[in-house]
Design a binder for this molecule. Structure first.
Ligand code: HAS
Length: 566
């Protein structure tokens, strides 16, 4: 019988690690100001409030690329690494190899700046999916590679510490937070190998002009081999916070320790062999493999359903300890607006958004339903309720939490801070209501509607998409207000006086049921399962692509004068 985890206490962090984590929080936060502003610009473009091809020198596709790349790739990757550093230091209690952490930070920062420059100058308006034949400046692709390699180095540097800890405490369960952060980076590693192959073997030579054409279906399949596990790389750090912190913040215990371990490990196995559900409409892939990926996609939803019930039970435990009673009356006893337990609101509001976000994911997974909504505004509605919901709220809350701990400062404007997650969630709900409706009426995503469909003097004008555009713009404005308040709180905290010494001290939930199930104590069987599932899911689709004869595509540079005529 393995013993429960020892009590985890406050850790004084080495100055070097403190600087690294703070940089990894502050640098993407500054970029996030641009990313959020670009998001706001999108709703204004789409609503037809801005009708010119470019606004303040920013063209629609350029703004959309900056929005997706900064918010969904750069901010999330930096946060995951910073959070990983902090969790490993806190739970394993061992100093990190700072040389590796600095190397990781330098590569990630250099890569981000290299990719940012062409995006900012309009030479990489290829959206965050960078599908060929859209071609970016080579610096964009090289920058992405450096960002990924930097994040791998951080992950690899934690492995010896984990092994050492296991040798020292052979009879103690690995802390749930450590299982969660390792699951995050295993999923990331599995995801980034295919995209590294896509970029290094196909896109970089093509963007330099060393190869004349590129195999578009192959590049797209490699992208989605990466693109789906990517979403679980985003979700997993949020799940770490849900399982390890939310029950404690609610005043109770984690209902089931097993549920947490099962969720993390199941996602290691099932995150990747499902990328083709993004390609149901892709003619180069046969229906057999689309069906296999659809089946696996339904299996990947299981841990999220487990999570829903486990977290509800954990919150109920806390609420009842706080005096809550009755079948539903206990919901009133949760710390929704508690200024000391403010992180509760960031996690809870995200969970509420994840209910419709998850349901619409299951709708997307159903091939016949997806034929109606694929590539429509339904998709941004779905992913704003997932990645901009539980993920983004947990990440901005987590950034603020790390900032307060590592600078020894209290949160500024506490009364405003507790409202931010709810204002953001309201904005997302309004925004996505508009876009879901537009989606089922066929409104396209990634299209500057303001130039055509939202312009009454255009022959393409569509009055039936008016609701979507107007409601989407209202929701987007509420989201922008929430983020303005967040930046005031975040940077206001930075300017406050120091009140304690910098340290790491996370809320740690004790388990209510501390089950000892052997199958979830070890990564090995789940890694083997992941490899087998990947072989089953991807071997034949790649063989089919290799057999098929596809014309290679020459590059299309969205920044070129021809493209500007559009
Ligand atoms: Fe998705 C497209 C299917 C989850 C992100 N997804 C996307 C895209 C993104 C994205 C970014 O099958 C667009 C990519 C692009 O640019 O084209 N998705 C799913 C499924 C799930 C799912 C089955 N997606 C996510 C998550 C994301 C994310 C998580 C980001 C983090 N998605 C798809 C499909 C497509 C797709 C297709 C492609 C469609 C197409 O045509 O292109 C599942 O994992 C969802 C399972 C989740 C649940 C919800 C559990 C609920 C919980 C909350 C409990 C609440 C509590 C509070 C306790 C079953 C845990 C209670 C409080 C009260 C007040 C009651």
């Amino acid at each position: 019988m393995r013993s429960a985890a020892p009590p985890y206490t406050r850790i004084d962090v080495e100055p070097g690690l403190r600087k690294i984590i703070l940089f990894e929080i502050l640098f993407p936060m500054v970029l996030l100001i641009v990313g959020i502003a670009m998001g706001f610009l999108q709703v204004l473009f789409r609503a037809g409030i801005i009708r010119s091809q470019s606004f303040l020198g920013i063209e629609y596709y350029q703004g959309l690329t900056l929005h997706g790349a900064i918010n969904a790739v750069v901010f999330t990757t930096f946060f995951a690494v910073a959070f990983g550093h902090a969790l490993i230091r806190f739970y394993l209690g061992k100093p990190l190899f700072l040389g590796w952490s600095w190397t990781s930070l330098i590569l990630m920062t250099t890569g981000t700046l290299m990719a940012a420059l062409p995006m900012l100058t309009g030479h990489a308006s290829v959206l965050y999916t960078f599908y060929p034949p859209l071609k970016a400046h080579p610096a964009f692709y090289v920058g992405l590679v450096l960002l990924v390699i930097g994040s791998w180095i951080a992950f690899f540097s934690w492995i010896p510490l984990y092994r050492e800890w296991r040798r020292e405490f052979p009879d103690t369960k690995v802390p749930l937070g450590v299982i969660g952060i390792f699951a995050t980076f295993i999923v990331w590693f599995i995801a980034t190998v295919p995209v590294a192959i896509e970029i290094i073997a196909l896109l970089i030579p093509w963007s330099f002009g060393w190869t004349a054409t590129v195999n578009v279906p192959l590049a797209r399949m490699l992208f989605w081999f990466f693109g789906h596990p990517l979403v679980y790389f985003w979700l997993l750090p949020a799940y770490v916070m849900f399982y390890t912190m939310l029950p404690k913040l609610s005043g109770g215990k984690l209902y089931s320790d097993f549920a947490g371990r099962f969720t993390f490990l199941w996602l290691v196995a099932f995150s990747a062999p499902i990328g083709i559900h993004h390609q149901y409409m892709e003619p180069a892939i046969s229906t057999t493999w689309k069906a296999v990926h659809a089946l696996f996609t339904l299996l990947v939803a299981i841990p999220s359903l487990v999570t829903a019930f486990t977290l509800a039970a954990s919150m109920e435990h806390g609420a009842r300890k706080n005096g809550g009673a009755g079948l539903f009356g206990w919901w009133r006893k949760l710390p929704y607006l508690d200024t000391d337990r403010w992180m509760f609101g960031y996690l809870f509001a995200g969970l509420v958004l994840f209910i419709p976000g998850g349901i619409t994911g299951i709708i997307n997974a159903s091939y016949n339903l997806d034929t109606v909504v694929h590539n429509t505004s339904w998709m941004p509605a779905h992913f704003h309720q997932t990645v901009a919901g539980p993920v983004f709220l947990a990440f901005i809350g987590g950034s603020l939490m790390l900032l307060t701990m590592l600078t020894g400062r209290e949160v500024a404007f506490k009364r405003i801070n507790v409202w931010i997650p709810y204002i953001w969630a309201l904005g997302i709900l309004v925004f996505s209501t508009g876009l879901f409706r537009g989606g089922v009426l066929g409104e396209p995503r990634r299209t500057n509607l303001g130039l055509s469909y939202a312009n009454p003097s255009s022959p393409l004008y569509r009055a039936d998409w008016e609701f979507s555009r107007v409601v989407g713009a209202i929701g987007g404005t509420i989201m922008a207000i929430a983020m303005l308040l967040y930046f005031i709180v975040f940077f206001g905290t930075l300017l406050k006086k120091k009140t304690s010494s910098p340290s790491l001290e996370f809320p740690v939930s004790e388990p209510y049921h501390d089950e000892d199930v052997a199958s979830v104590q070890n990564f090995r069987p789940w890694l083997v399962a992941a490899v087998i599932l990947l072989i089953v899911a991807y071997t034949m689709p790649f063989v089919e692509l290799a057999k098929g004869r596809y014309e290679g595509a020459p590059p299309y540079d969205p920044g070129s004068p021809v493209a500007q005529v559009r």
